[in-house]
Design a protein. Structure first.
Length: 262
């Protein structure tokens, strides 16, 4: 089984991009990360870049699969953001969401961990089987039965987060409690709210069904954002990961690091 990756990150209708994306894969284990920063004075861009870089470098030095390892990566990234923030008064309010996907290709298993509302979606046979639940005020209202799920995208307080990297006290990331069995044909989408706010789940599935490659999928998702988003829309970023058993696909197990700031 091979993992094929596509990465896309754009500034959208904003002057600069506060998202960051990265991945590293060598041998059977891979790590994919997407962050969405905030904080003014370009602090969000600093926070997201620091978080991605910290997670990728830590995983490169100890490419371990497991909930404890994943929790450690998230906490290391939180510490790194706090440390960077302490170095300049310009960055006092900087924070970033994060979602991390780990896949052990040889063993056929996956895990994800996250803080905030950057999402991970899991697809099997072209359908969404599971996704992360936002750490947000509005998601808590949905979970409590005060709002319907389809009201979440348009709620005026949708961006109010309950946790993110940059928390000094009580940082509590979400980590999948049970390993997810994966197989050839499965796919993952990691994306910031600048994408999923404008692309509903059915459209994600349709874009996947129409795509021949991960890059095709990413481009179709981008077209969906640009078709529906207002001119001043947020940055949007994604990583698409396809698991395939095709022997004629170029080997994707070489070391690969990608960090994008646009």
């Amino acid at each position: 089984m091979l993992a094929l990756t596509s990465v896309l990150s754009k500034s959208g209708g904003r002057r600069y991009n506060e998202d960051a994306c990265g991945y590293w894969q060598a041998g059977p284990v891979g790590c994919w990360v997407v962050c969405d920063g905030a904080g003014g004075h370009e602090g969000g861009a600093v926070a997201s870049k620091v978080a991605v870089g910290t997670i990728i470098e830590a995983f490169k030095h100890a490419p371990q699969f497991g909930a404890a390892s994943l929790n450690g990566l998230l906490r290391a990234a939180n510490h790194a953001v706090l440390s960077e923030r302490s170095m300049s008064s310009r960055y006092l309010n900087m924070r970033t969401t994060v979602s991390v996907l780990l896949v052990d290709i040889a063993a056929g298993r996956a895990l994800w961990g996250y803080a905030g509302d950057t999402r991970v979606y899991f697809f099997r046979r072209g359908r969404i089987m599971a996704h992360t639940r936002d750490h947000s005020v509005v998601q808590s209202l949905v979970d409590g039965g005060y709002l319907q799920q389809d009201e979440l995208r348009r709620h005026p307080n949708r961006s109010a987060l309950l946790t993110a990297l940059g928390e000094e006290d009580h940082f509590a990331p979400g980590v999948l409690s049970q390993e997810l069995p994966v197989q050839p044909g499965d796919a993952f989408l990691i994306c910031t709210d600048g994408l999923w706010e404008h692309v509903i789940e059915g459209e994600m599935e349709q874009c996947l069904a129409d795509a021949d490659t991960p890059d095709d999928w990413a481009q179709a998702l981008e077209h969906s954002v640009l078709r529906t988003a207002p001119k001043d829309h947020d940055n949007y970023s994604l990583i698409g990961v396809w698991l395939t058993a095709q022997p004629d696909v170029a080997d994707s197990t070489d070391d690969a690091v990608t960090v994008i700031r646009v």
